[in-house]
Design a protein around this ligand. Structure first.
Ligand SMILES: [Mg+2]
Length: 422
């Protein structure tokens, strides 16, 4: 038995939690560079704000209804996410963190699952101030669907247990829910299924799995079996370590000069190296890419350059140096660059780091000092905010940073962001 716990309007709820002025009115959270809508409060949904809508086309609608917006505050969301996971861990021995605001819980063996779900809701609300809904069922696909139903239908009071329901009631719900709400049925597949006359969840559940497998994929066949109550996927308790880590960003404007690009590449290399160390990996290769805006008229330039490192590493200065060499190897003056990024590749566990013949001479002492330096770097940046300690090449040039016009404070991760009462 599985439960899917999902925070309602997660980003918007985090913003409303710390700023009472944002409650009870349309609120949208925007993507990087304040481009598109990535989260909406219930009030913003109610006035018809669409997900992923470009902000310049939606602003009028939101503001004429007394609403407002915030830039994405990922430091805040990531920290609140950690807290949600910590609270949820007190409710089940096995838990899969599925996304920043969703967890699957092993719900086997609980006598009254709905009551257990309500206790989760109450505890997350009273300890963290965030609203969650709980979907319960015998497969992950059904639990996800149950969560959607719990959110959309007030009679469930935020907890829907499909497995505890009489069959007829469950059938009626599935017949009244659009097939596009099923986990893994994206907009394209949705259209195909509708053409085949499969418009509801019940119709998909009752379709022939073999036919769907031949026509689409084995994945969809599995989805159908899961809708029938046959589990095809278990909890993923330890997510596999990532095979590559990336840090990249679109500039808020355009960048022409190499000095600014160097600052950006160095910053991305540092950030990627930090992610690398967080998962105890080392990288065997570095790729850097730069690109102009292909949606705009004018001269275009897109390139990526990779190097294989002489020996695997997770050392920030070392990785940044190689990333800068890549940049210098492909930079052409005269273009308006829009985006740059760093990818660390060929990852392996930190313990198996192989030294090259050339570097074998480097003493153990040097290596230990490097490790200590990186550990301090991570500690400082975790405690006082990203970019507090950085390489000198990044200093001085900040105009490539993201446009985040209305960024809320780091309420929970930075002393200077602490909420004040007046
Ligand atoms: Mg959510």
């Amino acid at each position: 038995m599985f439960a899917l716990v999902d925070v309602n309007n997660f980003y918007a709820s985090c913003e409303q939690l710390f700023d009472p002025r944002l409650r009870g009115r349309p609120l949208v959270v925007l993507s990087n560079n304040d481009g598109c809508v990535v989260a909406r409060s219930a009030e913003a949904r109610a006035i018809g704000v669409k997900m992923a809508a470009p902000w310049h086309k939606t602003r009028q609608l939101v503001e004429s209804n007394g609403g407002t917006y915030r830039s994405s505050n990922y430091a805040l969301y990531a920290d609140m996410s950690d807290r949600v996971i910590e609270v949820l861990s007190t409710f089940s021995p096995n838990i899969e963190v599925y996304s920043i605001d969703e967890c699957f819980l092993d719900f086997d063996g609980f006598a009254d699952r709905t009551a257990h779900g309500q206790r989760i809701r109450q505890r997350v609300q009273s300890w963290l101030g965030l609203p969650v809904c709980v979907g319960i069922a015998q497969t992950k696909t059904l639990a996800k669907l149950a969560n959607h139903i719990a959110k959309k239908r007030p009679q469930f009071q935020g907890v829907c247990d499909l497995a505890a329901m009489p069959q007829a009631a469950c059938d009626a719900l599935l017949a009244d829910t659009e097939v596009g709400e099923v986990w893994g049925v994206g907009p394209k597949l949705n259209i195909h299924l509708r053409h085949m006359g499969i418009a509801t969840v019940a119709a998909l559940r009752d379709a022939d799995p073999q036919t769907l497998r031949e026509r689409f994929s084995v994945v969809l066949e599995r989805t159908v079996r899961e809708l029938q109550g046959i589990p095809c996927a278990d909890l993923e308790l330890t997510p596999p370590a990532k095979q590559e880590v990336t840090s990249s960003r679109t500039f808020s404007g355009y960048v022409r000069d190499i000095e600014t690009l160097r600052a950006a590449v160095s910053s991305h290399a540092s950030r990627a190296a930090e992610k690398l160390r967080a998962q105890d990996s080392v990288a065997g290769g570095v790729t850097v890419f730069i690109q102009t805006n292909r949606f705009m008229k004018g001269p275009q330039y897109q390139r990526a350059l990779s190097v294989r490192l002489p020996s695997t590493s997770s050392d920030t200065p070392h990785l940044a140096r190689w990333a800068l060499r890549c940049l210098e190897g492909m930079y052409v003056c005269g273009y308006d660059y829009r985006k740059v990024g760093v990818i660390l590749r060929d990852l392996g566990p930190a313990t198996t780091g192989q030294l090259s013949l050339l570097e074998r001479a480097a003493s153990k002492q040097t290596e230990d000092r490097r490790a200590a330096l990186n550990a301090v770097l991570d500690k400082v940046n975790q405690k006082w905010g990203r970019g507090t300690a950085k390489l000198s090449v990044e200093a001085g040039s900040t105009h490539w940073h993201m446009a985040r016009e209305r960024l809320s404070p780091e309420y929970t991760t930075n002393w200077s962001g602490l909420a004040t009462a007046s």
